[in-house]
Design a protein around this ligand. Structure first.
Ligand code: GDP
Length: 432
């Protein structure tokens, strides 16, 4: 769903506007300084268009002062949303804080609607018109309290929303989508055949038949999955040397359609650059990851010990991915893929409420403050999860965080929320 955020100074009527848009008065408490609300996102609808409404009113000025916290709120909103409603009190007119926020809002290419609130009566319209001076375009005169002008405003907001939300992933329906990846001869088609049943194994590859990648529904241990782009696996086109690029393209295309990747690794071979490249492509795609060590039936004790060392060395960067040991030929332990896939997808889907995430960040900082740099200490001002699939966080900081400290945060975040099987992304926004 597209996301719309409401920003503005305290007491301009943000909560009243939220209530008005949601069509229920009791949903949100008054703007009370110091009150933090757990919930910032509400499902909303206007004329049949559904969207998420983000109420930034819970983030009240603290020790940083009004100006800084409202600016921060605006930045978060820009990050989180497809459109921003910037609320100004038309009876007060633009304040210095408002002007500051305007500067931030003018930098985004997302639609910004200037809302002149508290225009309860037509005689107050000229006050609203004065807000043209802010340079944010037409002020939309409304009375959140009485509902005046809100319908017109919402019509325009809806019209300006993108079809596809830039911040929320479209909802996928049907069985979850798996990309089966691995270098040639690792056992992809064997696995597919075993899982799909041998009778479904042969796919006609007649001249003139479609060359589109084919998706197949495959049942493993009672669960149905959509394996994407299986034609490439079935067709067994063994690419010549130098065709790595095309193999990568195919892998990337499969990942594009998938939610989770199973990367097969041949335990009879050393872990190769090609294996690592495929894993890199998964990481770049932001999809969930399961590692399946195949041909386990051929593994002897010596090779096994060596493999363990290889895994430790070469796959340390994906030590969070569930690992299963399977034999595609015998079918042994294929069922173990199911809990691994489910766990990875669950992590990939995770959403952490903003209040909880900030409490967690505060704990971390207390336990292990960022080291001083040149007598100064970069501070984390506010954090929020802007996306799931994969979990993506933004930390607003007062300075650059050391890579070591970022890794520390990553690690603790993984521990706390058990992000097994999913990459996580932490972005920084530095405020001067
Ligand atoms: P693909 O290129 O990744 O699709 O690999 P294939 O499925 O065609 O497998 C390549 C070769 O490895 C074939 O000869 C398979 O029979 C063999 N193979 C695949 N999986 C296993 C396994 O688990 N154990 C053993 N012993 N051989 C396997």
């Amino acid at each position: 769903l597209p996301v719309v955020a409401i920003v503005g100074r305290p007491n301009v009527g943000k909560s009243a506007l939220v209530n008005r848009i949601l069509g229920r008065r009791e949903a949100v408490v008054e703007d009370t300084p110091g009150v933090t609300r757990d919930r910032v996102t509400y499902p909303a609808e206007w004329n049949g268009t559904r969207f998420s409404l983000v109420d930034t009113g819970g983030w009240e000025p603290d020790a940083r002062g009004l100006d800084a916290s409202v600016a921060l709120q605006a930045e978060v909103a820009i990050e989180l949303c497809d459109a921003v409603l910037f609320v100004v009190d038309s009876r007060v007119g633009p304040t210095a804080t408002d002007e500051h926020v305007v500067q931030l809002l003018r930098r985004t290419d997302k639609p910004v609607f200037l809302v002149a609130n508290k225009v309860d009566d037509v005689v107050l319209e000229p006050e609203a018109a004065q807000l043209w001076s802010l340079g944010l375009g037409e002020p939309h005169a409304v009375s959140a309290l009485h509902g005046r002008g809100v319908a017109d405003l919402l019509d325009k907001v809806i019209a300006g929303l993108p079809e596809e939300s830039a911040v929320a992933m479209p909802k996928l329906t049907g069985p979850r989508r798996v990309a089966l990846l691995g270098r040639p001869n690792v056992g992809k088609s064997s696995l597919l055949n075993k899982a799909a049943g041998e009778e479904r194994a042969v796919v006609s590859d007649l001249a003139g038949t479609t060359r589109d990648p084919v998706d197949e529904q495959v049942e493993i241990a009672g669960r149905v999955w959509t394996f994407v782009d299986t034609a490439g696996i079935r067709r067994r086109v063994h690419l010549q040397k130098g065709a790595d690029f095309y193999a990568s393209l195919r892998t990337a295309a499969a990942l594009e359609k998938a939610e989770v990747a199973v990367v097969l690794i041949d335990v009879t071979q050393e872990i190769s650059d090609q294996d690592l490249r495929i894993i890199d492509l998964v990481l770049e795609s932001g999809r969930a990851l399961v590692l399946a060590f195949n041909k386990w039936d051929l593994l002897d004790d010596d090779r096994r010990r060596y493999l363990e060392r290889e895994i430790e060395q070469d796959l340390a960067h994906v030590d969070w991915a569930p690992r299963v040991n399977i034999s595609a030929r015998t079918g042994r332990h294929l069922e173990k893929l199911v809990p691994a896939l489910e766990r990875a997808l669950e992590s990939w889907d995770t959403r952490i409420p903003t209040a909880k995430f900030n409490a967690f960040v505060a704990e971390l900082v207390q336990e292990h403050p960022h080291p001083l740099r040149g007598g100064k200490q970069p501070k984390i001002l506010f954090g929020t999860q802007v996306q799931n699939r994969p979990p993506t966080f933004v930390l607003f900081t007062s300075g650059f965080l050391d890579p070591g400290y970022r890794r520390f945060i990553q690690r603790r975040l993984r521990e706390r929320y058990n992000f097994e099987g999913t990459p996580i992304v932490i972005n920084m926004r530095i405020r001067e």
